[in-house]
Write a protein that binds this ligand. Structure first.
Ligand code: PEP
Length: 256
């Protein structure tokens, strides 16, 4: 199996102000710039992308957006297009469960966003995950296969493509999945990607776990062979905790 470089991304969601965003970027630059063998991505709200880019310029930290629209331009009040983002960030989170839950995101709109992002060479962090109800009803596999197939329909992926497996019941709840459960479910996603793209590309894809990851549980996830990093929400707003997460990912999984 090829060695995959783990990727740890900070999803700040709708948090921070211009002052706290600058402070957090600066603190992270100081604490995690030197950690090698793990890709580090900071995803602030749209208004702070330029600030993040400036503060992190010349460091090993990359910037990501939290969403993107599929049209290039036009009368779409409030939306932000891929060509607008490319000068500010390298990554973009697409299909986060909060977008699916609160903003009507579907597999089809996720697919459109992924295509539009890739067409501008933005690197997606493609999110999938089942709800608690779906898991309890035994529907996890069906839901994930639908999300993966629907989201990736007619899309070519390159080695290193990033998927975030985020069980909805674990996001922001303080109740993470177990390492074993996440590993098993990510294995399922990778098998589906192998059927879509072949074993080589599936093995090269990086599949993160997300859902109540913190400094105390990250080691459990990084000990699992299928898990290639983490998408971190709440814990990414504290520089010391996010640093501990990145350090653990580097120590336990780093390719450097
Ligand atoms: C997320 O927003 O992607 C996430 C995983 O949130 P949290 O870490 O707070 O559960």
């Amino acid at each position: 199996m090829s060695r995959r470089t783990p990727i740890v991304a900070a999803n700040w969601k709708m948090h921070t102000t211009v002052r706290t965003a600058a402070e957090l970027c600066q603190a992270l630059r100081e604490s995690i710039d030197g950690i090698r063998g793990v890709e580090k991505v900071v995803c602030p709200p749209f208004p702070f992308l330029a600030l993040a880019r400036e503060t992190l310029a010349g460091s090993s930290l990359k910037v990501g957006a939290q969403n993107v629209y599929w049209e290039e331009k036009g009368a779409f009040t409030g939306e932000v297009s891929p060509p607008m983002l490319v000068d500010f960030c390298e990554y973009v989170i697409i299909g986060h469960s909060e977008r699916r839950k609160y903003f009507g995101e579907t597999d089809e709109t996720v697919n459109r966003r992924l295509k539009a992002a890739l067409a501008q060479d933005l690197r997606p962090i493609f999110c999938v995950g089942e709800t608690g109800e779906e898991r309890r009803a035994g529907g996890t596999e069906e839901v994930l296969l639908r999300q993966v197939r629907g989201g990736l329909a007619d899309i070519e992926i390159a080695p290193g493509f990033v998927v975030a497996y985020e069980p909805v019941w674990a996001i922001g709840t303080g109740v993470p999945a177990t390492g074993e459960m996440a590993n098993e479910t990510i294995g399922l996603i990778r098998r589906e990607m192998a059927s879509l793209y072949g074993g080589e590309l599936a093995q090269a894809a990086r599949i993160q776990y997300g859902g109540s990851v913190d400094g105390a549980n990250i080691a459990e996830f990084m000990a699992e062979p299928e898990i290639d990093g983490a998408l971190v929400g709440g814990a990414s707003l504290k520089a010391d905790v996010f640093t501990a997460i990145v350090e653990a990912a580097g120590r336990l999984k780093g390719t450097g």
